[in-house]
Design a protein around this ligand. Structure first.
Ligand SMILES: Nc1ncnc2c1ncn2[C@@H]1O[C@H](COP(=O)(O)OP(=O)(O)OP(=O)(O)O)[C@@H](O)[C@H]1O
Length: 357
């Protein structure tokens, strides 16, 4: 388990001081994946660096399994850092080392015997499905395979926390899905607490158990994914919904943007709403997914009914929230907030080396 308590990072001093992280409180339990999302400049990279203590927080605590790591002196920090494995964007593998030699790196720094290292590396590569690529160099591996090597390396010292810093950014959707499914598998098999930092909102639905939105250094909303997605008033929940381009509602009909607002929306809600209103309902766009056994999603529905209050009531009766779309041809619902814009992804820095030394 990892807890951040009042975590604060201020760069500069006096009138030049910039508060980049502002009293963050976050808990991630063992066996849980928390996605941290936020627009460019929100403080995601700084948060990642404070979690693995490449940067010292200005104040507040980083507590792993009950021990506060933030105040440790440098010589003890090296050992403490082993509890947090980090996977970076594009894995940052050493190009002159094979996959196996890259995974071995943290073990070599630790002085593990060659025989033990060999056995552990073989076990780790098998866990990430790359035993057959052990002797390949990074340039001989696909992007997804390189990330798997990065994950294996991050797990080498048996951490209880895995920090994924934009680890799927830049990967194609299919590779992202396979990396995400590996992370979920590892979460379960190793009971890891995973902090998954990303600017890719659509990945969050596939990977996370819970999500937090960081904006200008503050956590402005956080919660279990299923709670966020079934709460119409959650801006983060709505931002996490896939955005669709609905079909035209047809002459005489208007388009309604509908979100799941309850955990108990019946599967046949469209027929029910249609029956309640006494008119056919046209499905113009819909995305529905199962999160923790609960159906959530959004839809655009075309209806001829003129009485808006009556339509809203008909949807509300089945646990849905409906609002008229201002323009049926636009892709976003009327109250759907803008998802954070994709932004430049951070580059890895030589500082990372400190994680293995
Ligand atoms: N060493 C530093 N000194 C001063 N300000 C910094 C430093 N590092 C980051 N910042 C500032 O902190 C803020 C957050 O930066 P950070 O890189 O953590 O955001 P981010 O959410 O990761 O953004 P992006 O997704 O674009 O990488 C920015 O305004 C940035 O200019």
């Amino acid at each position: 388990m990892i807890s951040l308590k009042q975590l604060t990072k201020v760069y500069g001093r006096g009138p030049d001081a910039v508060t980049v992280l502002d009293h963050l409180d976050v808990d991630v339990a063992s066996g849980e994946i928390l996605a941290v999302v936020g627009p460019s400049g929100a403080g995601k990279s700084t948060l990642a660096q404070c979690i693995n203590l490449l940067e010292r927080p200005t104040s507040g605590q980083v507590i792993v399994n009950g021990e506060d790591l933030s105040g440790l002196p440098e010589h003890r920090l090296r050992v403490a850092r082993r509890r947090i494995g980090t996977v970076f964007q594009s894995a940052s593998l050493l190009s002159r080392r094979t996959a196996a030699e890259n995974v071995a790196l943290p073990l070599e720094y630790l002085g593990v015997t060659p025989a033990e290292t060999k056995a552990r590396v073989a076990e780790l590569l098998e866990r990430v499905g790359l035993s057959h690529r052990a002797n390949h160099y990074p340039f001989e591996l696909s992007g997804g395979q390189r990330q798997r090597v990065g994950i294996a390396r991050a797990l080498a010292l048996r951490p209880s926390v895995l920090l994924s810093d934009e680890a799927t950014s830049g990967l194609d959707p299919e590779t992202t899905r396979s990396v995400v499914s590996l992370l979920r598998q590892l979460r379960d098999d190793l009971d890891l607490a995973v902090v998954f930092i990303t600017h890719e909102m659509d990945t969050v639905l596939h990977v996370a158990d819970s999500a937090a939105r960081l904006d200008r250094g503050r956590i402005i909303e956080q919660g279990r994914l299923v709670d966020l997605l079934t709460d119409h008033d959650s801006a983060l929940g709505r931002a996490l919904q896939p955005q669709l381009s609905p079909a035209e509602p047809g002459t005489g009909s208007r388009a309604w943007y509908v979100t799941y607002d309850s955990r108990t929306v019946p599967a046949d809600w469209l027929q029910r709403v249609s029956a309640d209103l006494g008119e056919p309902a046209a499905l113009l766009a819909a995305t529905i997914q199962n999160i923790d056994g609960t159906s959530t999603g959004n839809a655009t529905v075309g209806l001829a009914a003129a009485d808006a209050a009556r339509v809203e009531t008909a949807f509300a009766r089945h646990g849905l929230r409906a609002a008229l779309r201002p323009d049926a041809t636009t892709a976003d619902g009327p109250s759907a907030p803008e998802a954070p814009a994709p932004d430049d992804t951070p580059n890895t820095t030589p500082k990372e080396a400190a994680l293995w030394v």
